[in-house]
Design a protein around this ligand. Sequence first.
Ligand SMILES: CC(=O)SCCNC(=O)CCNC(=O)[C@H](O)C(C)(C)COP(=O)(O)OP(=O)(O)OC[C@H]1O[C@@H](n2cnc3c(N)ncnc32)[C@H](O)[C@@H]1OP(=O)(O)O
Ligand SMILES: CC(C)C(=O)C(=O)O
Ligand SMILES: [Mg+2]
Length: 592
Amino acid sequence: MLRMIWNPQRPGPMPFHRYRSHEDRVTVLAPDRGWPSARIESAPLWVPVDLRDGNQALAEPMDTARKHRFFELLVSMGFKEIEVGYPSASRADFDFVRHLVDRVRANAVPDDVTPVVFTPARTDLIDRTFASIDGLPRAVVHLYIPTSPVWRDVVLGRDRAAVRATVTEAAAHMARLADARPDAHIRFQFAPETFNLTEPDFALALCDGLTELWDASPDRPVTHNLPATVEIATPNVYADQIEYMHRNLARRDSVILSVHPHNDRGTGVACAELAVLAGAQRVEGCLFGNGERTGNVDLVTLALNLYAQGVDPMLDLSDIDAVRETVEHCNRLPVHPRHPYAGDLVHTAFSGTHQDAIAKGLAHHAKQAADLGVEPREAPWSVPYLPIDPADIGRSYEAVIRVNSQSGKGGTAYLLRTHHGLDLPAGLRRDFSRVVQEATDDSGGEARPDELYALFRTAYLAPGRPDFDGAVSVLSWATDTAADGAHRCVCTLRAGGRTGDFEGYGNGPLSAFVDALSAAGVAVDVLDYSEHALTSGGASEAVAYARCRVGGAGTAEGAGGLEVWGVGVDTSLLAASVQAVVSAVNRAGATG
Ligand SMILES: CC(=O)SCCNC(=O)CCNC(=O)[C@H](O)C(C)(C)COP(=O)(O)OP(=O)(O)OC[C@H]1O[C@@H](n2cnc3c(N)ncnc32)[C@H](O)[C@@H]1OP(=O)(O)O
Ligand SMILES: CC(C)C(=O)C(=O)O
Ligand SMILES: [Mg+2]
């Protein structure tokens, strides 16, 4: 490790000496590892264990109604192997498996979906497990026993030979019970619980022993499920452990190598991904990462991580909020707002430069789609800060940008455009951004699109209205064209406390109005002007934006005035432009 001479940190007060590194706890055999240069090109078999491992982590386990709803969701998403319970643990779990048997008999479960049931290595509990699946035409029975030194010594009180004997006896019992049901297609699965803390030779010997005992074949493969029951090391260590098994398991073509990562170090997803690189073919986990302690690995994140790499996850996550709603209902646990892909806030940017990049990215995406002649939903995705298109998982763009005091002009302009059809010119974006900044600094909170529009209306639209109590009010006006093509404007104005009729001429109606203002003693120079139809709100309205120099206009240097933006909205474009100029005048507070 590099000596960090720049690091000013000092020894901390916590008793870290009580803990041991993983190197001191488990041997890892990894000569010539291949996983670092492997690629994931297809989805592994995903096996949700929400109804077993997820369920055993709930204060209130799911009842049959909740399990039923969860199971239906998993089937609809495309899962083909689903762990449905620990039938010997409780009546609720046993009853749900019986409920499932009835559903299968009623042809309400697709033929290609296989339930998995979980059992410890105890013959009485194995009997109960088999009783639960009586009548199922296909099932996987999943046997587990802890295998690592601490669990052997402290929990089971058995040495390696005794653990092996217990497993062998349990597995043989399972084989006998399965043989007694020739009509059912029953496969076997084995999990050396705490595999990641187990000596590699012992884990391998146990798995190979069961492959042999169950006489696994390519037609009837055995699943060896290698859990990181409690995470203890960086994900590369788990990858090494999995690759060792992948390379050394006997009858490899008759073994489905499965992994079951938990998330104690917060690296469950990384462990699963590296394990797949290392040879795992099957991944067990839970939706949104429910499960004991910090949870099982999150299958939704894993699947969408693949999706974001252009690999079909072979699951339907196109309505992620519906999936989340069901899972939250069944687990009675909320999904965090920052949860990858699915949280409420994960597609939202509050910060200015991110908003700017996203707004530009979305515009670029729309243009690219148009150039390619495809729907935006079909065009390649490369919008900054958004790893996937929120629309792909059923999200709208509504929440992509939200404004607070850390936002900038890009985000504000984006919201005014998408929600109110106002496409502000660049200079006005900067100008309005200052208004918004002041308001959000004062409130300390968020400004929603309607609140932004209210700020905009107060700042720019109201000062141009006839009823505005400002420096200038336009009581009436009309324009016409003279024979020589010049435009004339006749208006009644109240300016500087006096009301009078004024006339002005120009090469267009707006310049004629500006001339009439000048006749009333209000000096205005229109420096920038643009207009567009409003694309939302009043369908036939138009908006006019005017950057004006108010006061001091018309001097040789054009100096001395104030540069101010004004905006007008009206069904008549000319009326909108008149309002924009009056707005600028009133915002400047000038009367000559
Ligand atoms: C990592 C995992 O997720 S493993 C799954 C954990 N899930 C659960 O435990 C939920 C369901 N469990 C239960 O309902 C109960 O624990 C039961 C029904 C399985 C057993 O209940 P009990 O007989 O009351 O045993 P209890 O739970 O107190 O203790 C577990 C006993 O099983 C032993 N044991 C633990 N795991 C296994 C196993 N896989 N196979 C065989 N025995 C085991 C323990 O050593 C302990 O034995 P002891 O009583 O001789 O000390
Ligand atoms: C697969 C089983 C034994 C399990 O849930 C675990 O080890 O975490
Ligand atoms: Mg587990």
